[in-house]
Design a protein around this ligand. Structure first.
Ligand code: ATP
Length: 272
């Protein structure tokens, strides 16, 4: 297997060299202690413990049904854990409603698109900005120069979509739609974003654009990525957890995971 070089090693982002950003990068963004989610007799997530440091980029790998999306649902509160605790920047959020987790700076994207297909790229981002700001979606147009309009312009830049700002979403290529979903997750200064298979269905060119977009996210922003494409996952993250049958099989650096015999046997043998 080819050696994969991370685009931005963790050491280049944190520590004293980061100056004012160092404070933002201290501590843990997310800590899971024995998180379990049962559906009847099935333990879709079974006693998972892991820590995502502030500013860290993290990947969850695993074959179909390993429990990756269920783990995201436990963190966001969509399907709260049936056992275990979740801490977000030091605060226990296990019992919080999903909307309250969003207010604290937690975001996610979904495997299936939640975009408004008949609206433009700009309007989708505008609604995301307004939704986060007010705690609900607002269809009122802000006047030009309003903070929401400025924030929308900033998101267009961040998501690398300024050149198609006024295009209807229905007319976008699949890769551009996934970029837009990432742009919407960036609304309202998130502290941690959970990306659920952002590269699914993308062409090789679109995958390169996605990797560049993820690598360009602000250094203080932590993210956790579910990804089947190992090359993408290992290029953009600092740390990896491999899940199997709801449990943690292995946690380590991309290089450790890449060279782990058990991971290769269980995960890479079934990779698609
Ligand atoms: N709402 C639910 N009710 C019952 N079972 C569920 C529910 N959600 C997930 N499961 C089951 O939990 C297990 C883990 O599913 P999950 O979607 O978390 O896996 P995954 O690793 O994300 O898989 P994939 O890569 O295919 O998305 C599966 O057996 C699935 O059928």
């Amino acid at each position: 297997m080819a050696t994969i070089t991370p685009l931005r090693p963790a050491a280049s982002r944190g520590g004293a060299a980061a100056g004012g950003a160092a404070q933002l990068l201290s501590g843990d963004a997310l800590r899971l202690d024995g998180v379990t989610r049962a559906f009847g007799a099935l333990r879709a997530v079974d006693d998972v413990s892991l820590t995502v440091a502030a500013g860290q980029r993290y990947a969850i790998l695993g074959s179909n049904g390993a429990g990756k999306t269920t783990l995201f649902n436990a963190v966001t509160g969509d399907f709260p854990p049936t056992a275990g605790r979740i801490h977000f920047f030091g605060e226990d959020i296990t019992e919080l409603a999903p909307q309250d987790r969003i207010r604290k700076g937690l975001r996610r994207t979904y495997q299936s698109s939640l975009l408004f297909r008949d609206l433009t790229v700009r309007d989708n981002l505008f609604l995301a900005v307004r939704g986060v700001a007010s705690g609900r979606f607002s269809f009122l147009r802000a006047r030009a120069g309003h903070a929401s309009t400025r924030a929308t312009r900033d998101l267009l830049d961040r998501a690398r979509l300024s050149h198609i700002a006024d295009e209807r979403v229905a007319n976008l290529a699949h890769g551009q739609q996934r970029q837009l979903e990432i742009g919407m997750a960036l609304a309202g200064a998130p502290r941690l974003i959970l990306f659920d298979e952002p590269a699914a269905g993308l062409s090789p060119v679109e995958r390169r654009e996605l990797v560049a977009l993820l690598a360009s996210l602000p250094a203080h922003m932590s993210f956790v990525l579910i990804e089947h494409d190992l090359d993408i996952a290992l290029r953009v993250v600092d740390r990896v957890t491999v899940m199997h049958n709801g449990r943690v099989l292995r946690t380590g650096t991309p290089a450790e995971i890449e060279n782990d015999a058990q991971v290769q046997a269980i995960y890479m043998g079934s990779r698609h």
